[in-house]
Write a protein that binds this ligand. Structure first.
Ligand code: ADP
Ligand code: ZN
Ligand code: ZN
Length: 763
């Protein structure tokens, strides 16, 4: 019999393309697309790769290596996944190997040198169980126990086993975990071994799950209100014509309840649902809500799981047995890579959120946009949900590429919170500021604390972290490897670089002028926490930011503590703006809105609006009315005026006009090239060469090269080139041209210590 002699294999690295290997005859049966195989690449290294195709066309002129072995007996990836990887690699201009690396749990990716045998990293967790070696009858057991009279420890453990296993004299005895048997009888493994040698006990191993399932009966779905029903019906109608629907619903309008109904519908059809969330910070609450209805079949996927756990989730998503399969997956952006069998719906909550975009390393994908493509491959629908959609998604709704459904009221006649703009300039001038708080915020906080209600204070860290300055000469400590100020961390009494992690102690004096009066400027969450303790000594304060949420369950703990009213005031960064739902929270304070607004980025205004809308959405979600205080030096600011009236539509209109006028997305495509070199002048030379090459084809569509805001990170100097392409023109040929230009530069002599990265849709 003949067989296909060749296999195309994806290997986990940045080299472009797929690689053909010979299938040795003895493996001809076992090599199928989707399994992992072990191959040699280069002179020594062994890799595991994924077989994507088997064929009989001998590539001419090259000597092919043979596959060393098959690592799986059945595929770990399916056809749609491979197709999806290939789409990501083409659209985001990276190698398919880089996509594979991002997609597969790293325990499934092997890499090693030939001399060291590669060991499979993922091992199912096994546990030893004990059962009786034969179907002993009651009288046989009595005889055995008599014989054990002189070994009381053995007799004891046997009786303990009989008790634990509810011995009933049946043929097949019930297994008992060895660890439990040992614990209950208070004996050692040696004694169990003795009984095994006497052929009384029989040990065996069973694979057990690392992931614990919660078992509780499913709660019935909540009944929807009239306007919720209308929206739900609208969505179903829209899905008849459009694959994607944008659900624009004000905060607390019940978008999540609508998702729950949509999920239920899919599950009834035996379809899988992917529920994407921007960050794990908000998953804890949502997971609880969804598990209440859907129980066991709900899987969760985020980066804080260890690799072995990720492999188990992977396996349960692709599980054949529908009883064991995860039908609902709640996850962050990388969950799009799970091996779904039959997706019916993808929900993308807070679709505007920046954390759906992966900036580094490649693949630099946007999980929202990729998920829409993935849904298309499964012939599934996508619902995008938001209280303040991104300009690009709303524009897609306006041009009727997406369907649009709206919810304009909060659930249960709860009013949107009252928004108060507090003028920082005036408060400072009139000397009315107490620490970082305007009289308006102080009053609101006082009132809430008096009624035992809770408060959230939002302080954006970006560009506003505390740093140290010499008041005499203006010296500010900077990172030794990056072009950024070091951030002062009072808790650990050090200065830390937030880009590379470099840290150093606080100098006793200014190295420049030897003054000893160094002062701190700016204020981060930590500083706010300190000062609250002075202004409101009786209040209990908690803080949620990158520093306080490092542990695996730290988010959940902080959120639960706040839910259980163990603290009165929660201070936080972005993290606290998203999706949280606290019954007793009535006051939200935005400590400084200007920082958001003045950030030099074309999306700064859109993002500020979204963020303020979102944080204020946390206030007064139930019967108690909410109040939001926005502190700013610029109370007349257009965006703040729009937030004041929750006026999304005008915000969209103004932003869309501006972007059209200045040619920004979504009205153009943007591709960013980042070039790095450790030598500044060599960087300049190479960046100019690449820039000129690109300009010769794209002309004025090429901006730069220039130094970005942060022009050096970890000793690498950075320059960027931005290319703006027309939406209407085909983008594939342009991407090829760009890739060719980059490859030309990379091939030049002396360009080997240059790093070039491409980012498609870098916003
Ligand atoms: P959103 O996702 O739009 O912010 P949620 O779905 O979180 O809104 O709803 C806000 C609050 O109102 C939640 O506590 C939710 O349980 C409650 N809620 C919304 N719709 C209903 C409903 N139909 N029946 C009961 N409670 C509801
Ligand atoms: Zn640094
Ligand atoms: Zn000085």
């Amino acid at each position: 019999m003949t067989y296909n002699h060749f296999a195309d294999i994806i290997l986990p690295f940045a080299v472009k393309g797929i690689f053909t290997y010979r299938i040795p005859e003895e493996l001809s049966e076992s090599i199928v697309p989707g399994i992992r195989v072990l191959v040699q690449f280069g002179s020594k290294k062994l890799y595991s790769g994924i077989v994507c195709k088997i064929h009989g066309d001998s590539p001419s002129g090259i000597k092919l290596r043979s596959i060393i072995s098959a690592l799986d007996s059945s595929p770990v990836t399916n056809e749609i996944q491979l197709k999806f990887w290939s789409w990501i690699s083409e659209y985001y201009m990276c190698s398919i190997g880089e996509v594979m690396k991002a997609a597969l749990p790293s325990d499934l990716c092997l890499e090693g040198v030939a001399s060291v045998p590669v060991v499979e990293k993922y091992k199912p967790k096994e546990e030893t169980f004990i059962k009786l070696a034969a179907g002993f009858s009651e009288s046989e057991l009595n005889t055995i126990l008599d014989k054990l009279a002189r070994a009381p420890a053995q007799a004891k453990i046997l009786t303990e086993y009989l008790r634990l296993s509810d011995y009933a004299g049946v043929k097949e005895s019930k297994p008992v975990r060895k660890s439990i048997l040992m614990k209950q009888s208070g004996s050692s493994p040696g004694i169990i071994d003795a009984l095994i040698r006497k052929k009384i006990f029989l040990p065996f191993s069973l694979e057990t799950r690392r992931l614990t399932d919660t078992e509780s009966p499913a709660e019935p779905l909540k009944e929807l209100s009239t306007i919720q029903i209308t929206a739900l019906n609208e969505i179903s109608d829209l899905f008849k014509e459009k694959d994607v629907v944008l659900l624009h619903g004000v905060t607390s309008s019940g978008k999540t309840e609508i998702y729950i109904h949509l999920i239920e519908e899919q599950l009834k059809k035996q379809k899988q649902v992917l529920y994407l969330l921007p960050e794990i910070a908000v998953t804890a609450q949502i997971i609880q809500r969804l598990r209440r209805h859907f129980g066991q079949i709900t899987g969760i996927f985020h980066s804080r799981f260890n690799d072995a756990e990720k492999v188990e989730i992977w396996n349960r998503v692709s599980e054949e047995d529908t009883e064991k399969r995860y039908s609902l997956i709640i996850g962050v952006r990388s969950a799009i890579f799970l091996p779904f069998r039959n997706l019916g719906l993808i929900i993308i909550d807070e679709e505007q959120d920046g954390s759906y975009k992966q900036h580094d390393p490649a693949p630099r994908y946007n999980a929202r946009d990729s998920a829409i493509v993935l849904a298309g491959m499964h012939k599934a629908n996508t619902i995008l949900g938001s209280a303040s959609p991104s300009i690009e998604s709303y524009n897609n709704a306006v041009i009727q590429k997406y369907g649009l459904a709206e919810l304009n009221e909060r659930y249960g006649q709860v009013r949107l919170p009252e928004i108060i703009v507090a003028n920082l300039r005036e408060a400072y001038r009139k000397k009315l500021m107490v620490s970082h708080f305007t009289p308006e915020l102080l009053e609101a906080m006082d009132e809430a604390l008096g009624k035992n209600e809770q408060i959230i204070l939002f302080q954006n860290r970006r560009g506003f972290s505390p740093y140290i300055e010499c008041p005499e000469c203006g010296w500010i400590p900077k990172c030794v490897q990056c072009a950024v100020n070091l951030t002062y961390h009072k808790g650990i009494s050090r200065m830390v670089c937030h880009y590379c992690g470099y840290s150093t102690g606080i100098p006793a004096q200014c190295p420049n002028c030897h003054s000893t009066g160094l002062i701190t400027r700016g204020f981060g969450t930590e500083k706010v926490e300190d000062e609250i303790k002075i202004v409101f000594p009786a209040a209990r304060v908690a803080r949620m930011d990158q520093d306080t949420t490092k542990g695996k369950n730290s988010f959940e703990k902080l959120i639960r503590a706040f839910e259980e009213r163990q603290s009165d005031i929660l201070i936080g960064t972005q993290m606290i703006s998203k999706g949280l739902d606290f019954e007793n929270l009535t006051v939200v304070g935005v400590l400084n809105a200007d920082n958001l607004l003045n950030f030099p980025d074309f999306r700064a205004h859109e993002r500020s609006f979204q963020l303020m809308e979102q944080v204020s959405g946390r206030a007064g979600r139930r019967q108690k009315p909410g109040k939001v205080i926005i502190q700013t030096f610029d109370p007349g600011n257009r965006i703040i005026r729009l937030v004041l009236h929750h006026d999304f539509k005008n915000m969209f209109r103004i932003q869309a006009e501006e972007r059209k006028a200045f040619n920004y997305p979504p009205f153009c495509r943007m591709i960013k090239i980042t070039i790095k070199h450790k030598d500044r002048s060599l960087l300049n030379i190479w960046a100019d060469i690449l820039g000129r090459d690109l300009k010769s084809v794209f002309g004025g569509r090429v901006l730069g090269p220039e130094f970005p805001l942060i022009s050096q990170i970890q000793l690498w100097y950075i320059k960027t080139i931005l290319i703006k392409l027309e939406r209407e023109k085909p983008v594939v040929p342009a991407k090829h041209t760009i890739m060719e230009a980059i490859e030309r530069v990379e091939k030049e002599k002396g360009a080997s210590s240059l790093k070039i990265a491409v980012d498609v849709d870098p916003y």
